[in-house]
Design a binder for this molecule. Sequence first.
Ligand code: NAP
Length: 271
Amino acid sequence: MKQFAVIGNPIKHSLSPILHNWVFKFLSIKANYRKIHVSEDEIPNIIKEIRDGSISGINVTIPYKESIIRYIDEINPRSIAIGSINCIMKSQSKLIGNNTDWFGFCKTIEKNQIKIREKNVFLFGAGGTAKAIIFALKQLGVNKIYLFNRTVSKANKLKDNIVSPHHYNELDNLINQDSILVNTTSVGMQSNDSPIKLGLINKQNILIDVIYNPLETCFIKYGNSIGAKTINGLEMFIFQALASLDLWFGESITKQVNFQQIKTYLEENIC
Ligand code: NAP
């Protein structure tokens, strides 16, 4: 039986095993997917398991999407441009790194009919997921990305003609009525905190949170309470996971999966 896993720290929040094992069962694939809590110094052991074939593919989550790249033999050009990977597989004798987060984000934007072209987006966070979303927003024709991060030096490294890093204390003056706000930080995943002061959010803003567990973070809950359009991270999560499966199995095996069916199943399984 083929083995797959997601690695990260923390990892408790991850719904990846529930999603992937549901798909394996649905498609009658003999495989198992589990979550593995991994500390930085345990990463080489996991890499060894993929190299020797004990594990056929892994997803990578917080906080290793960037640091794991140094263990990988080859990453595809798109992932090089992004600078982070979330999906690893072995092809012949090489470990290949890929990024499916950017695709998951693009599909979510498309599904929810959000216009990004020539818009300004406020992005919170500058980690692995932020990099994938910056790439996706550029593909979608964004005008400008105002980037905010706790560690300002990390945001500064992403500066270019579209990405403009700012301090959180500048947000009050920059945010406006029709801003699109995207949280890519992990703030709200394990606490009832918001990445920004809630008082800055207004009804015309569109709020997107990449966190899917809980389904309603403090940020999303507040948006809902004032009648703003909100999107949690669940759809992005499903799209990126299905894209990983297609990469591992080398074909579009997930075409047969009913998106709404899996979404409902996951919503019922979030605790
Ligand atoms: P990461 O690379 O470790 O980056 C974490 C980001 O959060 C950094 O910008 C970090 O700021 C910021 N942050 C963490 N704690 C903070 C705090 N207390 N206050 C302010 N900022 C804080 O992690 P990642 O892989 O990008 O993942 C980020 C989140 O996205 C996680 O919750 C993950 O589950 C979620 N995610 C969801 C999907 C999906 O499909 N829906 C896909 C990928 C990731 P510093 O730079 O200052 O440390």
